[in-house]
Design a protein around this ligand. Structure first.
Ligand code: NA7
Length: 538
């Protein structure tokens, strides 16, 4: 493909993951000249980078694919209810091939800066290799979890063995056989990695700082009859997702946890624990995530489950969260995670008791011991939601830097636009329902809404759109108001903007919209129906 940088486009999209790919497709339909710049060597975003062992969906595969195209739905078949990363990456490639997307995507291009040129009402984008491109509209499709962070532990660079971050996993096979492997981090990624490599590892040491409440995934193959049923009912499936809080197939039970007897409650929790996917989180009693007393009942149930599954009571205790209730952090789904700790070749190190002092050339040194290792795996997460924005120098009107504007937390309108940054749209950006969602469902909403706004501008002959100085604080205040009473906003995790490894990310902020996808969509639709209330056009 010839280099298309140093050129002018109608729209530049940053990122060729699920949101960038769909945005490209929709904008092409408007007849616009679109260029997508992607840092990776191919499409897929999250599914391109996160190749770590055990990486797979926690969403039901058949709820995750794009819903907009009957052709895509007809031609693609998921092999498992919760597909593994290689299959999902194949899906991304299938979409790129079917829609012929690659001819407008330039790979290996990491964006360094983007500056708004007021005189021309255009964005000027600079790629790290120094090339530039200009476009009327700039759309970020950079993902909420795309800026991996290493731990701020001294000595990381001194380790002599193999070292990997899960978010930048190598493309070649990695063997664990006979090796002494250490994993740092027990979030959703660490839980998947640990469970998978425990099957072949020589010896595994898990360095855990904060345990999470994990629930069984119950994955399985999709048989032919189920495949036929799924394909025949896609419309119903997507309709259910559309009306649920996070666009998952699981709908909250209308009952309150405390209005039923303890026996009924227990039986319901048991049933959910035996069922696949996020049902125990999203399809539970309607109040378990908003009422502390209700939350305590499911939390106690989950505590008992850990004790039942882990043989050594001390290890079970260490694996049991003490600082947050079930569901107030992202719930990792697992396939035998707790049983890993019954293996004789697996050791759990509690970093709350014995913190890591440093990484040494030979392994990991805690305050209690030095653990000799052949490999260290960092499952230490991401500079979430705003991190990918911070890594690009965005300059809006009057040279204002986005980083400065967001220094005390993001300020946005609908999580899609920012006052002072005309013609910039932030798919799956902060304050957007998509950050807490069965993400392609919300991506489709985001993309379709932005596409309609651009179509509107073209029809009216506008060259510039920007959130007003009133609309932005209105929305930002609404995000805060709706988030404040929700328990998960009072717990530290990437969902509340915390990253212990980064200066400036130690204070909780409201980075996600906690009102749920249906309410969010309704608001976006109202804004559009009212002629794009809260925006100024020129
Ligand atoms: P997470 O959920 O942010 O988890 C990161 C893990 O790494 C978590 O257990 C952290 O402990 C641990 N961590 C981070 N830094 C350190 C240091 N310095 N020392 C010890 N332990 C550390 O990231 P994931 O990749 O698992 O998941 C992110 C999302 O991606 C996930 O929710 C899915 O939606 C997809 P902590 O909890 O901070 O004590």
């Amino acid at each position: 493909m010839s280099s298309a940088a140093d050129s002018a486009y109608d729209v530049v999209v940053i990122g060729a993951g699920l949101s960038g790919m769909y945005q490209l497709h929709r904008l092409r339909e408007l007849g616009l000249r679109v260029r997508v710049f992607e840092a990776g060597a191919d499409v897929g975003g999250t599914w391109y980078w996160n190749r770590y062992p055990g990486a797979r969906f926690d969403s039901e595969s058949w709820t995750y694919g794009y819903s907009f195209s009957d052709e895509l739905l007809r031609e693609w078949e998921w092999s498992e209810h919760f597909a593994a990363q290689p299959e999902t990456l194949r899906y991304c490639n299938f979409v790129a091939d079917t829609l012929d997307l690659r001819r407008d995507i330039e790979f290996g291009c990491r964006i360094r800066s983007a500056a708004y040129d007021e005189a021309r009402s255009e964005w000027e984008i600079e790629i790290e290799d120094g090339r530039r491109a200009r476009a009327r509209w700039l759309i970020t499709a950079i993902g909420p979890l795309s800026a991996p962070t290493m731990p701020s532990i001294p000595g990381v660079d001194t380790f002599r063995g193999e070292a990997y971050h899960t978010g930048t996993w190598p493309h070649r096979p990695v063997s664990f056989a006979g090796k002494r492997v250490g994993v740092i981090g027990t979030g959703a990624t660490g839980v998947q990695t640990i469970t998978e490599i425990a099957k072949t590892v020589g010896h595994l040491t898990v360095f855990q700082r904060t345990p999470n409440w994990c629930a069984p995934l119950h994955n399985g193959p999709i048989d032919a009859a189920t495949q036929t049923r799924i394909k025949a009912t896609y419309r119903e499936i997507f309709a259910i997702c559309r009306e649920s809080f996070g666009c998952f197939i699981h709908q909250a039970d209308p009952r309150h946890a405390l209005e039923v007897s303890p026996e009924v409650r227990e039986a319901f929790y048991e049933k959910l624990y035996r069922e696949p996917g996020f049902g125990i989180w999203m399809g539970n009693f309607r109040d378990i995530l908003i009422n502390q007393e209700a939350n305590a009942t499911i939390t106690e149930f989950m505590r008992r489950k850990i004790r039942e599954r882990v043989r050594d009571p001390r290890v079970a205790e260490t694996l049991t969260p003490t600082n947050h209730g079930f569901g107030t952090r992202r719930v990792p789904l697992e396939s035998g995670y707790y049983e890993v700790f019954n293996q004789p070749n697996v050791r759990l190190v509690d970093l709350r008791e014995t913190p890591i002092e440093r990484i040494t050339p030979a392994g990991v040194k805690t305050t209690a011991a030095e653990h000799a290792l052949d490999m260290v795996i960092y499952a230490t997460g991401f500079d979430a939601i705003t991190g990918a924005f911070d890594r690009i120098e965005f300059r809006g009107r009057d040279g204002r830097r986005l980083r400065d504007k967001w220094v005390d937390g993001p300020r946005t309108y609908l999580g899609l636009q920012i006052e002072g940054f005309p013609n910039l749209f932030t798919l799956v950006g902060p304050h957007n329902a998509a950050t807490f969602c069965n993400i392609p469902r919300c991506i489709e909403q985001n993309v379709e809404w932005v596409t309609a706004l651009i179509r509107h501008m073209r029809e009216k002959g506008h060259t510039r759109v920007e959130a007003t100085a009133e609309a932005e604080p209105g929305w930002t205040g609404h995000v805060l108001d709706i988030g404040r009473p929700v328990p998960f906003t009072q717990v530290s995790s990437w969902l509340t903007g915390i990253n212990s490894n980064l200066a400036g990310k130690q204070r909780r902020t409201f980075v996600v919209y906690a009102g749920g996808a249906p309410k969010y969509r309704e608001r976006c639709d109202e804004v559009a129906a009212g002629g794009y209330v809260g925006f100024t056009f020129q």
